[in-house]
Design a protein around this ligand. Structure first.
Ligand code: SF4
Ligand code: SF4
Length: 168
């Protein structure tokens, strides 16, 4: 169901706070990875939004309930599963239209949606959805790319290796 005026105001306010907090954290800790490309609107990242949480949210019943209630009533995320080993909640988003593959409240979508897939750049080896219009590139890959350029490889082999190692 599309966000009304009240929810829109609340979500925009929270989103600004998150953006500020995350922006300052990223200024302090630069990721090895960078993003290239752009969103093609395939909708894959809306099919099963997942959130990894810290131990306080995962183990304490009160904070867990508050967290899930917030996502249900504010963001429209219904819990459909958990991944215990990764302390991750898996949701179905009530704003996602599986037929048109569009968000019915795009202007007021949560920060995690607006930020995707940048959020993955904190991971050791970020994996994007198949068909995502973004690609992940290694910032420090210049020397590796130079070494591959000098190696005795066919151009196809070189391009394939660069793609796999994310230095293309
Ligand atoms: S998976 Fe990538 S291309 Fe598809 S909607 Fe999400 S960000 Fe856009
Ligand atoms: S709120 Fe919108 S952008 Fe976020 S997961 Fe749902 S449909 Fe996708």
């Amino acid at each position: 169901m599309t966000d009304g005026l009240f929810l829109g105001v609340v979500k925009r306010g929270v989103r600004r706070m998150w953006a500020l907090e995350l922006g300052s954290r990223r200024l302090l800790a630069r990721s090895r990875w960078e993003l290239r490309g752009s969103c093609q609107g395939c909708g894959s990242c809306c099919e099963r939004p997942s959130i990894r949480v810290d131990a306080v949210v995962w183990f304490l019943p009160m904070t867990r309930r508050a967290f899930l209630a917030w996502h249900r009533h504010v963001n429209g995320f219904e819990l459909v599963g958990t991944e215990r080993s990764a302390r991750t909640f898996v949701f179905r988003c009530t704003h996602f239209d599986a037929v048109t593959r569009r968000c019915d409240s795009y202007a007021t979508r949560p920060h995690m949606c607006q930020d995707y897939p940048r959020v993955l750049l904190d991971q050791a080896w970020p994996e994007l959805f198949t068909g995502c219009g973004f690609r992940v590139r290694d910032r420090e890959g210049v020397r590796l790319a130079d070494a591959l350029d000098e190696a005795d490889l066919s151009s196809e082999q070189r391009e394939e290796l660069k793609k796999r190692l994310r230095v293309d």
